[in-house]
Design a protein around this ligand. Structure first.
Ligand code: PEP
Length: 250
């Protein structure tokens, strides 16, 4: 098995003011002075905070990433932010295809274009996939996530494997307090990895689990053989709690 360094990313979503974001990042750095051996740590604040948070974390091994980017480099796209703009803040990557964005209209085609634009600009990508409760109950989870993965990784080359991670996030578990069991999460993360095999080095890519990960369930989830870390929403807004999740990944 390839040596996959665990990755724990905090998705702050649309939370905190810029000043609160800097305070949260500073508190996280204080919780984890020197980072955490053997774990890559990422925070994903809103666009407006990227520069301030990146500055606050300068010299500290916590990477700063955006929550999305637009696929175009520039132009008449009011309200959108390009990959180069994100890179210019000091951020080094971005989430792409989060289910909350897909629910607001982001299609597989848009996700693929954004993945390509991010990689072309030199950003690391955390690609999200995941099924709804209806899909899980209908037995469609594997086919659905495999379709999402294939659509997005169709634009990626094998030599770009180490420039992305894939987060499996069952929609029914996001922000609900309902976590997939470790067995369920393992099963689908293994299916995600298998789906990636047609496009990239599946043995080497990090597959993360996301969906109500917290300090109590993190170790069991990340202890599964195909789960290489976590994408954490709500629990990443508390520096001490997020630091506990990071330590659980070690
Ligand atoms: C997320 O937003 O990616 C997420 C997993 O949220 P939460 O941890 O709050 O369920």
């Amino acid at each position: 098995m390839a040596d996959r360094t665990p990755l724990v990313a905090g998705n702050w979503k649309m939370n905190t003011t810029p000043a609160e974001g800097v305070a949260l990042a500073t508190a996280l750095a204080a919780e984890l002075p020197g980072g955490q051996d053997g774990v890559e740590i990422v925070v994903c604040p809103p666009f407006t905070h990227l520069e301030g948070v990146a500055a606050a974390l300068e010299g500290h091994p916590v990477a700063v990433m955006a929550q999305t980017i637009h696929d175009q480099a520039k132009g008449a796209h009011t309200g959108e932010v390009s990959a180069a703009m994100v890179l210019g803040t000091g951020a080094t990557g971005t989430i792409i295809g989060h289910s909350e964005r897909r629910a607001a209209g982001e299609t597989d085609e848009m996700v693929a274009a954004r993945v390509r634009a991010a990689l072309d600009a030199g950003l690391f990508v955390i690609l999200c996939c995941g099924e709804s409760l209806e899909q899980r109950e209908a037995g469609e989870t594997e086919a659905w996530v495999k379709g999402q993965v294939a659509a997005a990784l169709g634009v990626v080359t094998r030599d770009e494997t180490d420039r992305l991670a894939i987060a499996y996030e069952p929609i029914w578990a996001i922000g609900t307090g309902k976590t997939a069991t470790p067995e369920m999460a393992q099963e689908t993360c293994a299916q995600v990895r298998a789906a990636a095999a047609g496009f990239i080095d599946a043995d080497a890519v990090r597959v993360l689990y996301g969906g109500s990960v917290n300090a109590d369930n993190a170790a069991q989830l990340m202890g599964q053989p195909d789960i290489d870390g976590a994408l954490v929403g709500g629990a990443s807004l508390d520096a001490a709690g997020f630091a506990t999740i990071v330590r659980a990944a070690a």
